[in-house]
Design a binder for this molecule. Structure first.
Ligand code: F6R
Length: 240
């Protein structure tokens, strides 16, 4: 793992955005994996700035997001479809036909998971952006007794519901289930860029980097991947 430590979230996001921008310039038709959450917002802002000011071209890219809540319509303000539109898609020249998120609204969730997995298998990710939950989840691969390879439906842990209630009016409104990319597509990405900021991530960052590889701390599996860049702020790196 290549670890870089920055003063704050803004600085780590700008540095990580540079890595994405370099890839996009080198390979304009790259396939990217994307994350939501508060950590990468400034990364998306920096990519939008480069689109506006430095001609960064998104028109030939294809993107796959990690996850979506089950039961939220794409136009629900807390859905990840809506997040991606607001934070990135509507500001750059991505082709909407080539931006993909799992379908959280399908009547048959298992079928939706299989369909997303098949799409991912035909489009290996060149670079995958990850955040990490306070509990060490990546995507919505929650701590459990085993790693799950394929896109799947997951019941969110209490810790994730607590962490994500800040985006909703109350914890009761946080969906209990999500559909998430599994470990096969995550580990199959050519390069992984994981961002973590804040002292509440420090213990999971330490376990991800220095602890045993265990599905109880899903991000620890990244120790097995040959090209992981960790962009941390000082608070998240404080226990390393
Ligand atoms: C989001 C995702 C999650 C988040 C993680 C951290 O698509 O897959 O794993 O990256 O929960 O979220 P923040 O950045 O809000 O702390």
């Amino acid at each position: 793992m290549k670890i870089e430590i920055f003063e704050d979230n803004q600085k780590l996001c700008v540095a990580a955005a540079r890595l994405f921008a370099s890839l996009i310039r080198l390979k304009p038709d790259a396939t990217l994996g994307l994350a939501t959450g508060s950590t990468p917002i400034a990364l998306y802002q920096e990519l939008i700035r480069q689109y506006n000011e430095e001609d960064l071209d998104f028109s030939h890219l294809e993107t796959y997001n990690l996850d979506e809540y089950v039961g939220l319509a794409p136009d629900h303000p807390q859905s990840y479809h809506c997040f991606m539109n607001e934070k990135l898609f509507k500001h750059v020249n991505l082709d909407p036909e080539y931006t993909h998120l799992p379908d959280g609204q399908s009547e048959n969730q298992e079928e939706a998971a299989v369909a997303y997995e098949l799409a991912l298998q035909s489009a290996p990710l060149d670079m995958l952006l990850l955040g990490m939950g306070v509990n060490g989840h990546i995507g919505f691969n929650e701590p459990s007794d085993s790693f799950i390879a394929s896109t799947h439906i997951v019941t969110l842990t209490q810790s994730t519901i607590e962490a994500n209630k800040r985006f909703f009016n109350s914890a009761d409104e946080v969906p209990r289930q999500a559909i998430t990319m599994g470990m096969r597509a995550i580990m199959g990405a050519r390069q992984i860029v994981l961002l973590a900021s804040g002292s509440n991530k420090a213990e999971s960052v330490r376990r991800m980097v220095e602890g045993p590889i265990t599905p109880q701390l899903p991000a620890s599996v990244l120790q097995l991947h040959p090209h992981v860049h960790l962009f941390l702020d000082e608070a998240a790196a404080s226990l390393l």
